[in-house]
Design a protein around this ligand. Structure first.
Ligand code: MIC
Length: 305
């Protein structure tokens, strides 16, 4: 909870930092951070913008990404990540949790949590991962009303308008919708489940606002690297569920070792050490705030006093 030991940025500051970088950088990488710890690790590795994925958040809660998350689940986790990292966060709010009035409440909660930008999509509930079959859409007009509502009630929040229309209405339907969403006030467009480099080149030429690419794993989109996205002119690239998949894989691998061998000793070099944990959490800075707390000395470290 870095916000106890450091000065926190305001929502307006985080939102304008976000938009400035999106406009000035090419292929800005925005890595998924599904909790406070992963946000600190992303920051340590040099990423300055984060994404809170509905897929990763729901998976971390042990449920599938089919519209079961509540507004409180998302707002609470967004708050946790921003408090920990003090970085601009783009939050996946699915369909906004209902009709335009619900969307208004959702976005005011996001502003209170200091979220920089929200991503809202045009799927019906129950929604599906954009890379799966059988998606159903709300009308273009209903989506436009939601975007207009965000603009009116939470004007400092940046809006990423996602369309899932490619698989349902084809490229013409999707581009028509995204133009309408820009007209309604979207700052960035997110054409979901593109297939290839050529699709992204087409999208880049079609719109005069920043375009987002989704580099989720095991989906319908070819793996395209940041250098290629930069050459195409794509503005931002999300890696939404990667942190969750990496954590899940490594947790499972480690559990198996303990189950099989009765000890974790053989995988100690694959674990975050106690020293690394306390460093990333800035434990000493907390201790220094209260002289009643003894400064932690790690096992094996020299004691000064
Ligand atoms: C971006 C996304 O909405 C998410 O929840 O992160 C998902 C990612 C995924 O399921 O891989 C998506 O629908 O693309």
């Amino acid at each position: 909870m870095t916000w106890i030991i450091e000065e926190s940025k305001s929502q307006q500051q985080l939102a304008s930092d976000f938009m400035e970088h999106v406009k000035n950088d090419n292929a800005l990488p925005i890595v998924g951070a599904h909790d406070g710890m992963s946000s600190l690790l992303a920051k340590k590795c040099g990423f300055n913008h984060l994404y809170l994925s509905g897929g990763a958040l729901s998976a971390s809660m042990g449920i599938p990404d089919i519209g079961l998350l509540t507004l409180e689940d998302v707002a609470g986790r967004a708050r946790e990540i921003i408090r920990a990292s003090n970085l601009p966060l783009l939050v996946d709010i699915d369909n906004g949790f209902g009709e335009p009035l619900n969307v208004a409440r959702t976005c005011l909660e996001m502003v209170e949590a200091r979220v920089a930008a929200v991503q809202i999509e045009d799927q019906q509930i129950p929604k599906k991962c954009g890379h799966l079959n059988g998606k159903k859409l709300i009308s273009e007009d209903d989506m436009v009303k939601k975007i207009q509502m965000i603009k009116k009630t939470a004007p400092t929040l940046k809006i990423v308008a996602r369309s899932d229309a490619y698989a349902v209405e084809g490229m013409p339907g999707m581009t028509e919708r995204l133009h309408a969403y820009i007209e309604a006030g979207a700052d960035i467009v997110f054409p979901e489940a593109m297939r290839s480099e050529d699709d992204f080149r087409f999208m880049r030429k079609e719109f005069n606002v920043p375009v987002l690419a989704n580099m989720t794993e095991f989906g319908k989109t070819d793996y395209i690297d940041l250098e290629t996205f930069s050459e195409i002119g794509i503005n931002l690239v999300i890696f939404p569920v990667t942190s969750l998949r990496a954590a899940a894989y490594n947790i499972e691998t480690t559990y198996k070792v303990i189950k099989e061998k009765g000890t974790q000793k053989s995988v100690l070099d694959k674990l975050q050490t106690r020293k690394e944990l306390y460093e990333i959490l800035k434990l000493h800075e907390y201790e220094e705030m209260d002289s009643k707390i003894a400064r932690t000395v790690l096992p094996g470290e020299q004691v000064d006093d």
